[in-house]
Design a binder for this molecule. Structure first.
Ligand code: NAD
Ligand code: UD2
Length: 307
């Protein structure tokens, strides 16, 4: 049995990771400031430390004695990262450096591995699809820039300080406990929550834009595989299915699963919206032996069953 620190463990993805670690008998400690996460997301017995990942002392204390850290704490909203540029940078990049730094002497003075969340936002609007890990990184937002910065600091952590790391560029993640309450929440959480109570939905633009949606349990499988294989090479992997769907098809699929006749409207396109997003999952499969297996239809059924 090992004990892991999850930063952001009370959030959407972090709480599913906590469930999986507890289910296999590992111990879980969480560092979270509950800014978007909720205590009730965490169902098993975990140690929860309320604190800010941008505070180096807090992170050092939280890291003491663990066997590894999953670093997920971040301002996950792209819109908020642009509104509060400096405040978000403190959390999304200084927070990552704090985590890598604390991992240097975490267990008996020795380094422990860090698995961390990056994002497809590091690619920006990639021209060549599907997007391979070696595609140019051209982030278009403060959020994407800080995620790319975190990846660069992971190279420093591994190369200079002997901290094994593994980064994951998540594409569009969905599943139970994703907060639907903001207009910038994941589109699946918005569409499912509205349609199931008979409220209509709005597609921004013509609905021809595509996304590669990955179910949260598949994301957890990647994170766990990354902890077993974190190395000094600071590897980074896509977390995606390799399948894309248009927003219009997505809305129709959710409507049909709910057996609903709710109206689907079209609004103005969202400024800066990426037209096509499709990841190449082959590197994670080849090197970590993990692939996203849950189809969109199955994932949506699981999500709807949970609501
Ligand atoms: P979330 O908002 O549900 O989870 C983030 C967690 O971090 C929350 O529990 C929040 O309270 C906590 N947190 C925020 N600021 C903190 C701080 N200063 N100190 C301590 N805790 C803090 O979001 P999520 O979707 O679960 O995202 C998890 C990670 O995955 C994030 O790093 C996010 O950037 C990344 N990611 C998510 C997606 C997606 O589609 N959901 C896509 C790409 C990357
Ligand atoms: C996702 C991530 C973001 C970043 C980015 C990288 C989420 C929530 N955000 O942004 O963190 O990693 O990918 O490229 O996962 N839409 C509608 N109607 C709505 C809401 C959304 O049509 O009510 C559209 C939106 O215009 C976009 C698509 O749905 O075309 C997906 O939007 P999103 O906000 O879920 O995620 P995205 O891809 O903008």
């Amino acid at each position: 049995m090992a004990t892991y620190l999850i930063t952001g463990g009370c959030g959407f993805i972090g709480s599913h990771l906590a469930d999986a670690l507890l289910a296999r008998g590992d111990g879980v400690r969480i560092l979270d400031d509950l800014s978007t996460g909720k205590r009730e997301n965490v169902q098993g017995t975990c140690e929860i430390i309320l604190g800010d990942v941008a505070d180096s002392q807090t992170v050092r204390q939280a890291m003491q004695g663990v066997d590894g850290c999953f670093h997920l704490a971040a301002v996950a909203s792209v819109a908020r990262s642009n509104e509060d540029w400096v405040g978000t940078h403190r959390i999304n990049q200084t927070g990552s450096v704090n985590v890598f730094d604390a991992a240097r002497h975490a267990k008996d003075g020795q380094p422990v591995p860090v698995v961390y969340a990056s994002s497809a936002a590091t690619y920006g609007a990639c021209q060549t699809l599907p997007i391979h890990e070696d595609a140019p990184r051209n982030p278009l937002t403060a959020y994407g820039a800080d995620k790319l910065g975190s990846e660069l600091h992971a190279v420093v952590a591994s190369g200079v300080h002997g901290v094994p790391t593994c980064g994951f560029r998540f594409f569009n993640v969905y599943g139970p406990r994703q907060d639907p309450s903001s207009p910038y929440s994941g589109v699946i959480s918005i569409f499912t929550n509205r349609m199931r109570v008979g409220q209509d939905v709005t597609i921004f633009g013509d609905g021809g834009q595509t996304r590669d949606f990955v179910y949260v349990a598949d994301v957890v499988a990647h994170l766990l595989a990354g902890m077993d294989r974190a190395t000094g090479e600071a590897k980074v992997y896509n977390v995606c299915t390799g399948r894309e769907i248009t927003l219009l098809q997505l809305a129709l699929m959710i409507r049909s699963l709910l057996d609903s006749k709710i109206a689907i409207h079209h609004g103005e396109p969202r400024a800066g919206d990426i037209r096509e997003s499709l990841g190449d999952p082959r590197r994670a499969t080849a090197e970590l032996g993990v692939r996203a297996e849950i189809t969109l239809e199955d994932g949506l059924k699981r999500l709807l069953d949970s609501l």
